[in-house]
Design a protein around this ligand. Structure first.
Ligand code: ZN
Ligand code: ZN
Ligand code: ZN
Length: 401
């Protein structure tokens, strides 16, 4: 899906539009090539990995894991110039400057003492109005740019990072996501998907340093989500099991050694929990085997649940705790990483109604430590220069208080 939005001239807000495009217009090649090669692996020391790993849910998002020699131009993994100020006089999202934002939609715990505040996006990528008549022509099909685009000011402190927020605050943030998603779905039956996402740092597309998330409600289901929904439904029809649940089961139980058939040397050892970052209460933080990004981590409910809207109130605390701890691990390893995170949950449309058993909501956290190369854009194949096993080990090793 390509979203065309005519933005206003350079304003602090116009990059917000680009944020959403970056989220939805992930390059998608149709590459499902088999493993390139696999070096014999010594028992203990990790040898360079060079193989194409097929994403089991979205094969077109497969990744070339190449740790021996960076495929990308060596880019310094520079942390975002972190703005740690508590309050900024000129920031429209800071307390005291409420008049600088569009009218408030919701505030938590209340409008006067707000800690979280939801406002309309000043320059939305989608609007309530039908500004354009039908302009479809031949193969140039368009869909009315109808929808809602809202900004959630995550905290009243300007430069606070997610891992610095208290767990009750994060639980309130996730509750705010859920409440607002529900309200948006109820507000108009034409809205089929509400994408909640956060961009942190310029490389991740954030235009305002004050911590904030965004919500875009659209009359179409983003391609990434639709592919996940369709592919997991196909898997369910064949195996009578949710593929996300299967992946969790595999991460928690699977142990194997793969040998080279001819030489008999060990090619790969898979151990129990190798891809698990942490299991906490009813949730798990996992490093996908075919991670597109070096430090990508996914958080999922351990028990099957398709729709984020159905998360129980008492489970928000565990989710908040795991989120804070995961972000603290990433911060410890990467030192203020620029990142995106986004929530994938069951779409609210007729075609997804039978996907309750096959789809499983999750939060994808994708730190941006390098810029996509021409190879990646041209092939649609992501390149990951850190073996997911190594990344998981480093994240697990972080000592948290
Ligand atoms: Zn601010
Ligand atoms: Zn499941
Ligand atoms: Zn997803």
């Amino acid at each position: 899906m390509v979203l065309a939005a005519s933005a206003h001239d350079k304003t602090p807000h116009d990059a917000l539009a680009a944020d959403f495009m970056a989220q939805t217009a992930c390059s998608r090649g149709a590459m499902t090539a088999p493993a390139l090669s696999c070096r014999p692996m010594a028992d203990s020391t990790p040898k360079p990995v060079r193989e194409i790993r097929i994403n089991p849910i979205v094969p077109s998002e497969s990744v070339l894991v190449a740790t021996a020699r960076g495929m990308r131009p060596k880019k310094a993994e520079a942390p975002a110039p972190r703005d740690t100020r508590g309050h900024v006089e000129t920031c429209p999202f800071c307390a005291g400057n409420e008049h600088m934002t569009p009218p408030v939609i919701a505030a938590y715990p209340d409008e006067k003492n707000w800690e979280i505040r939801i406002v309309e996006n000043l320059y939305p990528v989608l609007g309530d109005d039908r500004s354009n008549p039908n302009l479809s022509f031949g193969l140039q099909q368009t869909i009315d740019g109808y929808g809602r685009h809202e900004v959630m000011i995550d905290h009243n402190r300007h430069g606070i990072a997610i891992h610095e927020m208290s767990e009750p605050h994060l639980a309130m943030l996730f509750t705010a996501y859920r409440d607002r998603m529900e309200q948006l779905y109820q507000s108009n039956s034409r809205l089929r998907y509400v994408l909640v996402f956060k961009n942190f740092g310029p490389a991740a597309g954030a235009s305002i340093t004050h911590t904030h998330s965004q919500m875009v409600a659209t009359p179409v289901i983003p391609d990434n989500v639709q592919t996940e929904v369709s592919n997991s439904r196909a898997y369910y029809r064949q195996h009578h099991h949710c593929i996300f649940c299967s992946l969790i089961d595999e991460a928690l139980t699977f142990e194997a050694t793969l040998y080279d058939r001819e030489s008999g040397e060990i090619r790969r050892k898979i151990s129990v929990g190798q891809y698990v970052i942490e299991r906490l209460g009813k949730f798990i933080a996992i490093k996908p085997f075919a991670s597109r990004y070096e430090w990508e981590v996914h958080i999922l409910p351990l028990a099957h649940q398709s729709d984020f809207l159905r998360i129980a109130k008492e489970d928000m605390t565990d989710l908040a705790r795991l989120m804070r701890r995961t972000m603290a691990r990433l911060d410890a390893v990467l030192g203020g990483a620029q990142y995106n995170y986004f929530l994938h949950s069951l779409p609210h449309d007729k075609n997804s109604e039978d996907c309750d058993a096959s789809y499983h909501w999750h939060l994808e956290i994708t730190p941006r430590t390098s810029i996509p190369s021409g190879f990646e854009l041209g092939s649609g194949l992501f390149v990951n220069t850190v073996a997911p096993e190594t990344a998981a080990e480093k994240l697990r090793a972080v000592k948290l208080e």
